[in-house]
Ligand binder design. Structure first.
Ligand SMILES: [Zn+2]
Length: 276
């Protein structure tokens, strides 16, 4: 039983006793639908050093969401996330891909990033914390309203299947890249928290101001994108979905040459993780 009663991240209500729930960082519904019975390796890193892990049945969870928010208010995002993740999982890469997209997919992506960011709070070495989550983002998600686009920047990038080793996504092999991987970097010069979360071949990037100050946010985000470009990332800004278009076209692709060092970085971090 939980021993603490932290206020619900979304509504401020109690999370103790009857109100307690576990919110999976990556929605259980979306994950199970897309990745099936295989237990995808789940990892979260801050930069290249593994964050302190707090898991439930090996799945990262946060426990600061009340039962009502978790089971009712946030459900539309998990429903949308399920369709979105299924579409990603059907394909071996982002080449020519068109995947399910809606306002709720934006909500799903934001919610997932915010979950992982709160989850890494438990890392005492984290340079992210204390981190002021924007009240408008949190309230809009809770009330199922479009999140004001000026409060965040979301980007995506697909890995090209062209050049990936043929067995790359096979379930049976000792997997070279986990299906679900989270990293967070703090880019001090521009004071931006860069949260990266990948599902299979789809990388996503959320940028938020480190201190809640949105001055010159556009310029600062452009610098972050340029920084990542230098590391081989090809970020595509995620525009607001149009009501009559329910598909997201992946136009930014990373080739194997760019993906390979990222996998090596993950492998090194995994080795570090195993050390006693
Ligand atoms: Zn709540």
């Amino acid at each position: 039983m939980p021993t603490t009663d932290v206020p619900c991240f979304y509504c401020g209500g109690s999370t103790a006793g009857q109100n307690h729930s576990r919110e999976h960082c990556f929605s259980q519904r979306a994950r199970a639908a897309s990745f099936g019975p295989i237990a995808p390796k789940l990892h979260a890193f801050r930069g290249t050093s593994p964050a302190t892990v707090q898991q439930h049945n090996q799945i990262p969870v946060v426990e600061d969401v009340c039962r009502k928010c978790n089971n009712a208010r946030l459900q539309p995002y998990d429903v949308a996330g399920k369709k979105f993740a299924e579409d990603v999982d059907k394909l071996a890469g982002g080449d020519g891909a068109s995947i399910y997209y809606s306002q709720d997919v934006i909500g799903f992506l934001l919610k997932t990033h915010l979950n992982y960011l709160r989850w890494t709070e438990r890392d005492p070495k984290s340079s992210v914390w204390p981190f002021p989550f924007d009240k408008q983002i949190v309230a809009s998600l809770r009330d199922h309203l479009p999140v004001p686009p000026e409060t965040y920047r979301l980007y995506i990038e697909g890995w090209s299947a062209d050049g990936l080793p043929p067995e790359f996504w096979k379930e049976e092999i000792d997997h070279p890249a986990p299906y679900d991987l989270f990293y967070v970097d703090v880019l001090g010069e521009v004071n931006i928290v860069a949260s990266r979360w990948r599902i299979k071949w789809l990388e996503t990037l959320l940028l938020l101001p480190r201190d809640g100050d949105y001055t010159d946010f556009d310029d600062r985000c452009a610098k972050v994108v340029s920084y990542f470009k230098g590391k081989g990332y090809e970020w595509q800004h995620l525009d607001e979905p149009l009501p009559d278009v329910a598909a997201l076209r992946i136009v930014s692709l990373a080739d194997w040459k760019s993906v390979k060092p990222r996998i090596e970085q993950f492998r090194q971090a995994e080795e570090f993780f195993r050390k006693p």
